[in-house]
Design a protein around this ligand. Structure first.
Ligand SMILES: Cc1cc2nc3c(=O)[nH]c(=O)nc-3n(C[C@H](O)[C@H](O)[C@H](O)COP(=O)(O)OP(=O)(O)OC[C@H]3O[C@@H](n4cnc5c(N)ncnc54)[C@H](O)[C@@H]3O)c2cc1C
Length: 594
């Protein structure tokens, strides 16, 4: 018996015990509580003929935003990639669908849609065991090989031991690499004037980093599902680089670069009208000039606060520690001590929905007070406004225990010369939209807005020749528009189920699509909320079929080669899973049988 299966065996026994102990009092599965098969507490029928040796339990599913809640989903924790193959073949034979689960930080219905009964679904948790990390520091192209469930924070920490790293990351690090790639995640990364990319890094999304991906795919010759590794120069890897959970990734080899040192400065007190000024009226303190002077720039703006407070962060590659900066050795310094337990988050969320006129103003006042006081601290030992350290200690800054929000989000690809114009246009429209609703006594939006930008998923960043583009990446370059080299992500954070949000977001999205069509390409931020309709269920997201199934896919059709456009990508994913084991009702709509 391998050491991994010994670990597995112990874990199973302990969980079985906990399940039995909890079974006595429970009538439905509480989130986080596991009920093992056969415990007598299960709420929907047990999956039949389940493969022996793979831990099976029932557990409530709640995503991070506490927006999607499904009671008692059958779940399992495979130990190896071969276990996932076994599960896929079992699922095909028993009419089940497998849903890969990383850490549940996603907002989109690619995992389990809201309102799903959970029947005939098996959640497959990858982080429990499929989390190995091997740094390939002596290979010509430096890389790291990781199990699907390895968390980004652990990968970065391991890379640092070899003086390697990533240029930018998602803000939270407790998310799985496969979940991150599947949903095309990113941080922020814009070169300052004169900055060049160091070999191994990319200005694009994480989907641009894999050198190889192993997935469970249908094997015609064997007549069953099997593991297959796709190299980055094989066209077949194109749809897997951003697979939107229509495939099951088991292992990834990521290209990595030198461990950069980064200075993260927080700037408060800026005027949002100046930051997002028109190109004609911009100053040194406007976004485009700040990103030219400092490099990567991120704005968190509280449009509902009385002072229109904005917190601007800049990340500048800085090899030597500046005297005034505080050196840090761990990530999340920026959010140290900022925690809100789930129950408190639920109470806040409920207050925002129920008493929007009072609660929205109070929430924003409290939030900006918190930011202002944290950033005002100039004590060299504890200051947060000027930090320096390895890239990952700076770019990972969000921890899970914060107020829970849902996020409407879109990416707009423009030329770098048009970044200021694109931000300024948004500022003017958004400010007016909020004011219009307020004049009707409506508070459909609670804030804040986050604005970030980075370069596109340029295959030339990959040191392997003939690297293939991520077909479904929002940051995929367009062959007819090489001048469009930057994607701006607009993230509109809101309270879950805030009344009138569907109308607000629909108006905003329709504006994005029509307004930017003259000089940009508008894409959904896959992992968040988009395709709104005013009368759609569950806040209106993902319910506008015209936008979801035509407008957005067309941005990956028009101008792209037939062998790697949207439809080619869908056909490839369907060929990897012709029995539709790795799908759900939402994905069946997005990726129909081709
Ligand atoms: C507080 C917060 C901050 C965030 N900040 C950022 C940010 O800065 N940048 C950004 O880009 N995103 C951000 N996100 C979104 C987050 O990074 C993505 O939702 C990411 O996909 C979450 O990964 P996960 O491991 O939690 O995946 P899950 O939520 O568990 O899964 C996400 C999707 O990936 C699929 N998936 C998981 N594992 C696999 C696999 N092995 N094979 C195929 N598909 C798989 C799932 O089925 C699901 O559909 C943030 C989310 C939160 C809640």
């Amino acid at each position: 018996m391998s050491s991994e299966s010994v670990k597995h065996g112990l874990s199973f026994t302990r969980r079985k015990f906990m399940g039995a102990a909890l079974a006595a009092g429970a009538v439905t599965t509480l989130p986080g509580c596991k009920f093992v098969a056969g415990s007598g507490s299960n709420t929907i029928p047990e999956p039949p003929d389940f493969p022996p040796g793979i831990e099976l339990y029932q557990q409530g599913f709640i995503n991070w935003a506490r927006e999607t809640k499904v009671s008692g989903v059958w779940s399992c924790s495979p130990v190896t990639a071969d276990d996932v193959v076994t599960l896929a073949n079992w699922a095909k034979a028993n009419n089940y669908r497998l849903r890969p689960f990383g850490s549940g930080h996603g907002f989109a219905p690619t995992l389990i849609p809201r309102g799903d009964s959970g029947e005939n679904i098996l959640l497959v948790h990858t982080h429990d065991f499929m989390n190995q990390i091997t740094v390939n520091a002596t290979e010509e192209i430096k890389s790291v090989t990781v199990g699907a469930g390895a968390y980004i924070e652990d990968i970065c920490a391991e890379l640092e031991l070899y003086d390697l790293g990533l240029y930018h990351t998602t803000a939270p690090g407790g998310i799985s690499i496969a979940g991150a790639l599947a949903m095309n995640t990113h941080g922020a990364a814009t070169p300052m004037t004169g900055e060049t990319l160091q070999p191994g890094h990319s200005w694009g999304t994480l989907s641009n980093l894999p050198l190889a991906i192993t997935a469970v795919v249908w094997d015609d010759a064997q007549g069953q599902y099997a593991l297959r590794t796709f190299q980055r120069d094989e066209p077949g890897i194109g749809p897997l680089l951003t697979c939107l959970a229509r495939a099951f990734i088991t292992e990834v080899k990521l290209q990595v670069g030198p461990n950069l040192k980064i200075r993260c400065q927080s700037h408060t007190g800026h005027d949002i009208a100046e930051l997002l000024a028109t190109p004609e009226t911009q100053t040194e303190n406007s976004f485009a000039n700040m990103s030219a002077n400092y490099g990567t720039t991120d704005i968190i703006w509280y449009p509902l606060s009385s002072k229109q407070t904005c917190w601007v962060k800049t990340w500048t590659v800085t090899p030597e520690k500046p005297d005034s900066a505080r050196e840090v050795f761990e990530p999340y310094t920026l959010s140290d001590g900022v925690t809100m337990a789930p129950l408190a988050a639920d109470v806040l969320s409920s207050a925002l929905r129920t008493y929007p006129k009072l609660a929205v103003a109070q929430y924003n006042t409290q939030s900006v007070k918190g930011v202002d006081s944290l950033m005002a601290n100039e004590d060299p030992e504890t200051k947060l406004n000027d930090l320096w350290g390895s890239a990952y200690t700076q770019t990972l800054y969000v921890q899970p225990l914060t107020p829970r929000v849902t996020v409407a989000a879109w990416g707009v690809i423009v030329s770098r010369d048009n970044v200021q114009r694109a931000l300024s246009d948004f500022y003017q429209f958004f400010t007016q939209l909020v004011a219009d609703f307020k004049s009707r006594g409506l508070y459909p939006y609670t804030g804040p807005v986050e604005l970030r930008a980075h370069g596109l998923d340029n295959p030339a960043d990959i040191l392997m020749p003939n690297a293939v583009e991520p077909i479904f990446s929002g940051a995929r370059p367009h062959p007819d528009h090489p001048e469009k080299d930057t994607v701006i992500w607009y993230a509109i954070n809101n309270n879950v189920d805030q009344p009138d949000a569907a109308e607000f977001n629909t108006k905003l999205e329709q504006w994005f699509i029509s307004h930017y069509s003259t000089y940009g390409i508008v894409r959904p931020e896959w992992t968040k909320c988009y395709a709104y309709s005013e009368d759609g269920p569950f806040g209106g997201g993902w319910s506008n079929d015209e936008v979801l199934l035509e407008t957005f896919p067309d941005t990956w059709r028009t101008g792209y080669p037939a062998e790697s456009n949207w439809d080619a990508g869908v056909a490839m994913l369907n060929s990897y899973d012709p029995h539709r084991v790795f799908t759900n009702t939402h994905l069946d709509k997005l990726f129909p049988v081709s």
